[in-house]
Structure formats: C-alpha cells, structure tokens
Design a protein around this ligand. Structure first.
Ligand SMILES: [Zn+2]
Length: 158
C-alpha cells in the first residue's frame, strides 16, 4: 500500500483531521490491537507510536472510501501518517471479512507494524510483503505464527 500511501496521506490530512478528535478503535479491531501489543511486550518491546485510530473506513471518510470503491477487495489496509503527527489505520472491511481468523490477524498486524513502528515493506517477508495477504499466507501463519512474529519483531528490537 506504500505507493498510494503518500498520495492519500495528503488528501487524507485535509479530510480527517477535523472529525477525529478522540482516539477511535473499532470494537472488532481492538482485540487485534490488544493481542498485537501483547505479542510485542512478551518480546521486550514496550515503545509504540501513538495511534489515533484503527477502524474500517466509512462513506464519510472519502479519501479511503474512494480506494475501496475502485478496488473493492484490492487492498487490505492502510496506515496513514499525517504531518500533524497523527497516525491512523484503516482496514478494508471486504478483505477482512473474506479472510479466515489468521488472515484477519495478518491484515491488522501488518498495518500495526507500519503504524506502531514505522515498519517498511520487506520483499519476501510473509507479514510485511507489499502484496495482499492470501489464504495460503494465512494457512502458513496458522502453523508458524510464533516464528513469523519473532522474525518481524526481532528487527524492531535491533
Ligand atoms: Zn503495507
């Protein structure tokens, strides 16, 4: 999502800045945020960027919703860094609903790695590749979760 991340960052800054005065976490997604923080903390990572928002885009959030209209299932999520310092995560509801339990977790965790740690895409890395999460990725993750997470979190600790 990094290619258009920069372009929607600019548009998004204008649209979102006013309507999110408090921290907003979708109730469906907040469990993933909590488990992600737990996975980080048990690996000795206690410093996170402050996230303003982790939610599904709505019709009123035009810049993100435009993407979901054009590519209904063509993106998993996006982490947006504003010049103001606010960091927002949006998850594509369609991609999320079409994934199994482990695929859902990967979609949310991927964006949280970007948002909490400024983590970049890493070619060949299951969790942090640029391409969409597939059902095969989710199946691999199901059986190798600890190894996959260790690999990504270990880079943060260095
Ligand atoms: Zn990404």
């Amino acid at each position: 999502m990094c290619n258009f991340l920069k372009s929607i960052c600019f548009i998004g800054a204008i649209i979102f800045q006013c309507n999110l005065s408090a921290q907003v976490f979708d109730p469906i997604l907040s469990g993933y945020v909590e488990s992600f923080q737990y996975e980080a903390r048990i690996r000795g990572i206690n410093h996170f960027n402050f996230l303003k928002c982790v939610k599904f885009p709505t019709y009123t959030e035009d810049s993100v919703f435009e993407i979901s209209k054009q590519k209904p299932a063509g993106w998993d999520g996006v982490a947006i860094f504003y010049e103001s310092g606010d960091i927002l995560v949006f998850i594509n509801r369609i991609a999320f609903d079409n994934s199994d339990e482990f695929g859902k977790e990967m979609i949310v965790y991927h964006e949280l790695f970007h948002a909490y740690f400024n983590y970049p895409h890493v070619p060949g890395c299951l969790m942090m590749k640029e391409e969409k999460i597939t059902s095969a990725d989710a199946a691999f993750y199901r059986n190798n979760k600890k190894k996959v997470l260790d690999q990504v979190f270990n880079r943060i600790r260095k």
